[in-house]
Design a protein around this ligand. Structure first.
Ligand SMILES: Nc1ncnc2c1ncn2[C@@H]1O[C@H](COP(=O)(O)OP(=O)(O)OP(=O)(O)O)[C@@H](O)[C@H]1O
Length: 319
C-alpha cells in the first residue's frame, strides 16, 4: 500500500529524517511513535506531498508522490497537527468548501458531506461556527475533511493532542472504527495512545526507524526492562509515606523497602560514627537514598538503627 524508501529530509545542516525505510500494509492501523522533534510530522508531510524529500522515494498504491502527486494524493486523507479549519465558517459551509477543493464531483458533494458528518458524528453541529466548537469537535471536523472523497489511506498527525480524557476516548473509538475501512497512520509521542489503537507500531528517533513491530511484541521486549531504581529526595517520614503509597499501585512490586530504610539508618549512623552530630548535616544526608541500593552490613545496620532510636529517646527524656 505505502512504501517509504531511503527517505531523507535535511533542513540546512539539520537532518530531520535520516534514511527511513518502511512498508505499510492495507487495512491496518499504524502508529508512528517518537518524542518531539523525532521527525514524525516531517515524514507525514512528505508522504502527503506537502514537503519534497531531500532524497528517497515514497510510493502510495504504486504512485510515486514526487512524479504522480495528484494520483498519490487522491489515495490520501490528511489531518495535519493543526487542522486547517476556517473558524468563521459553519461546519457545513467548511465541509462543502473542502469537498469542492478536493474535486468531489458536484452532484456527489451533498451526500459526501452528509456521509463524513455521519461517520465523525458531527451532524448536530453542522450549523455551528467552527470557532464556537470545542477542541474535540474541531478535531472531528478536521477528520471529516480528511474523509472527503473516501481515500484509502488516512494520515493523522497527533490527532489526540490537546484533547481532554473524554475527548481522547471518543477520538480513539472513532479512529478504531475508521480502521475497519481505511488504512490509518497516526502519530503520537505518547506510547499508550499508540498501543491502544494500533495494530503496528513504528518507533522513530532522531529521524531514524528504531523499531517496527506489533504492540504485543514490543511489550514483551519491554518486560525484560521493567525494573527501575529510584533516588528519592525528602525527609525520612515523607519518603516512607511515599513508599507506602507506591505499594498501593497495582502490579508494582517495591522489593527493597527494608533495605532502603536500613540505608537511611546506615547513612545516619555513619554520620554518628564520623562524630558529626550536627542535626542539619544529618538531616541533609538522610534526605537522599536509593531504593535499589544493596545493603552491605545487615546486622550492623540493625544495631545502629536501634542505637539511633535509643539516642533519640534519650534526647527526648533530657528535654
Ligand atoms: N521548517 C523547518 N525548518 C527547519 N527545521 C525544521 C523544520 N521543520 C522541522 N524542523 C526540525 O526537524 C526536526 C523534526 O521535526 P518534526 O516536526 O518532524 O518532528 P516531530 O516528531 O513531528 O515532533 P513534534 O511532535 O514536536 O511535531 C526537528 O529537529 C525540527 O526542529
Amino acid at each position: 500500500m505505502i512504501e517509504v524508501k531511503d527517505l531523507v529530509k535535511r533542513y540546512s545542516k539539520n537532518t530531520a529524517v535520516d534514511h527511513l525505510n518502511f512498508h505499510v500494509q492495507k487495512g491496518q492501523i499504524y502508529g508512528f511513535l517518537g518524542p518531539n522533534g523525532a521527525g514524525k510530522s516531517t515524514t507525514m508531510n512528505m508522504m502527503t506531498g506537502y514537503l519534497a524529500p531531500t532524497e528517497g522515494q515514497i510510493l502510495i498504491n504504486g504512485h510515486d508522490v514526487a512524479e504522480e502527486p495528484m494520483e498519490a494524493r487522491k489515495c490520501i486523507g490528511y489531518l495535519p497537527e493543526i487542522p486547517p479549519l476556517y473558524p468563521d465558517m459553519t461546519v457545513l459551509e467548511y465541509l462543502r468548501f473542502a469537498a469542492e477543493l478536493k474535486q468531489v464531483p458536484k452532484n456527489d458533494r451533498s451526500s459526501e458531506v452528509e456521509r463524513v458528518m455521519g461517520e465523525t458524528r458531527i451532524k448536530d453541529m453542522e450549523h455551528r461556527l467552527i470557532r464556537h466548537l470545542s477542541k474535540g469537535y474541531k478535531q472531528r471536523v478536521g477528520l471529516a475533511q480528511a474523509l472527503l472523497g473516501d481515500p484509502e489511506v488516512l494520515i493523522l498527525d497527533e490527532p489526540m493532542v490537546g484533547l481532554d480524557p473524554k475527548q481522547i476516548i471518543e477520538i480513539r473509538e472513532l479512529i478504531r472504527g475508521l480502521g475497519q475501512k481505511h488504512t490509518v497512520i497516526l502519530s503520537s509521542h505518547i506510547l499508550s495512545e499508540i498501543t491502544s489503537v494500533c495494530d503496528h507500531v513504528l518507533i522513530i528517533s532522531h529521524g531514524k526507524l528504531v523499531a517496527s513491530d506489533t504492540p504485543e511484541n514490543l511489550g514483551s521486549y519491554m518486560k525484560h526492562s521493567d525494573a527501575m531504581e529510584l533516588q528519592v529526595r525528602g525527609s525520612k517520614g515523607a519518603c516512607e509515606q511515599a513508599m507506602e503509597l507506591l505499594k498501593q499501585v497495582e502490579g508494582l512490586e517495591v522489593r527493597t523497602t527494608p533495605a532502603a530504610l536500613e540505608d537511611v539508618f546506615l547513612e545516619l549512623t555513619d554520620e554518628e560514627n564520623n562524630g558529626n552530630s550536627d542535626t542539619a548535616a544529618r538531616q541533609e544526608k538522610s534526605e537522599s537514598f536509593s531504593l535499589g541500593k544493596k545493603k552491605q552490613k545487615t546486622e550492623d545496620t540493625e544495631e545502629k538503627a536501634v542505637s539511633v532510636e535509643e539516642q533519640k529517646s534519650d534526647e527526648k527524656e533530657e528535654q
